[in-house]
Design a protein around this ligand. Structure first.
Ligand code: ZN
Length: 152
């Protein structure tokens, strides 16, 4: 499975990449040298809009991909074209907040962690194995499906 590292400016793309099941780190607040070090240590491919940073990756032998578009669905499509069928949504969805793996949980496991109304309306929940955040198919679910379908 490919592991990606998104540069600081691509936080939104990184979040969506996580939702669609790709192991996606985000290099927030890191210098170019730190980004390159992290990519090397964790065996990640750097995703960037910055040609200069891409050039530095090339020099250091770090795999990279230069995104040429600002539109989210186009960016996700470019990643798919470049790396193949990387999206394992919905089975492989990762935590949008921290990139942790999600574990399916029943009502009892999340009682007290979500509002009573949410608990009553849903049967299936997911809990992040890293940060503990709880997810369910809420009102944003339709939007997630819409974005997923827009990936070409
Ligand atoms: Zn998490």
């Amino acid at each position: 499975m490919i592991r990606l590292l998104f540069d600081e400016m691509l936080s939104r793309t990184a979040t969506w990449s996580r939702i669609f099941g790709v192991d996606s780190a985000h290099a927030a607040g890191k210098s170019d040298s730190e980004i390159i070090k992290l990519a090397k240590e964790e065996g990640r491919t750097l995703i960037t809009r910055d040609a200069e940073l891409a050039g530095r990756c090339k020099t250091h032998g770090i795999p990279f991909f230069l995104l040429e578009d600002d539109v989210l669905s186009h960016q996700l499509g470019q990643l798919k074209s470049a790396f193949g069928d990387i999206y394992t949504f919905p089975e492989g969805t990762r935590c949008p907040a921290c990139n942790g793996k999600l574990a399916v949980a029943g009502k009892e496991a999340v009682r007290g962690k979500v509002l009573e109304g949410v608990l009553n309306k849903n049967e299936k929940f997911w809990v992040c194995t890293d940060c503990g955040k709880t997810y369910w198919e809420g009102s944003h679910w339709k939007n997630i499906l819409r974005v997923f379908k827009s990936i070409k």
